[in-house]
Design a protein. Structure first.
Length: 180
């Protein structure tokens, strides 16, 4: 016999089922009842199982799941930006470059922060940090990153970057200040 669900597990399952129902409504509106039935979560399913059904239903409808931090990738000027805030900061930097305040603007420069390492008979790959922008200002190289949320991986890579490239000025822009 299965262990009874806790209140927290029930709440998570209800929230996940609500998301599945929203996607199912879009599928019904599109006349795709077959997809709704094929990707219906079973009774008493866990939140994880319901989320999996929701993801599969979205894929069957040709929809993309929203990103974890709700940012939307945008392609402008033949450059792919990870968020609208990043695009806005690029436009600000372009104006500064046109005005002569900065020069040599690069988008998505990559930096090696740790070389490949041989360990236990395997070769671990090098660790690469990809910033959002790089430019020269007052004779100094400045690397800039637009962040809405600091993840643990980002904090670690930022620290490795600062150790590997001590002469570079690092700037972190707050995405919340760039949204309008």
């Amino acid at each position: 016999m299965r262990k009874p669900l806790t209140l927290a597990q029930i709440a998570r399952a209800q929230a996940a089922y609500k998301q599945w129902a929203e996607v199912a409504l879009r599928a019904r509106a599109a006349g795709r009842l077959d997809l709704v039935e094929a990707h219906r979560p079973p009774d008493g399913a866990t939140a994880t199982a319901i989320r999996r059904c929701t993801r599969d239903l979205r894929e069957a409808l040709g929809e993309r799941s929203p990103s974890k931090y709700r940012n939307v990738a945008i392609t402008r000027y033949n450059i792919r930006f990870d968020s609208l805030a990043e695009l806005r900061r690029y436009e600000q930097l372009r104006l500064l470059q046109i005005g002569g305040a900065i020069s040599d603007l690069r988008v998505h420069p990559r930096y090696v922060v740790a070389e490949a390492v041989a360990w236990c008979g395997r070769t671990l790959p090098k660790i690469v940090y990809e910033a959002d922008f790089e430019y020269s200002q007052n004779g100094n190289v400045t690397v800039e990153d637009v962040k809405g949320a600091e993840t643990r991986v980002y904090v670690l890579k930022r620290q490795l970057f600062l150790l590997a490239h001590p002469g570079v000025v690092f700037v972190q822009s707050d995405a919340n200040n760039l949204r309008r």
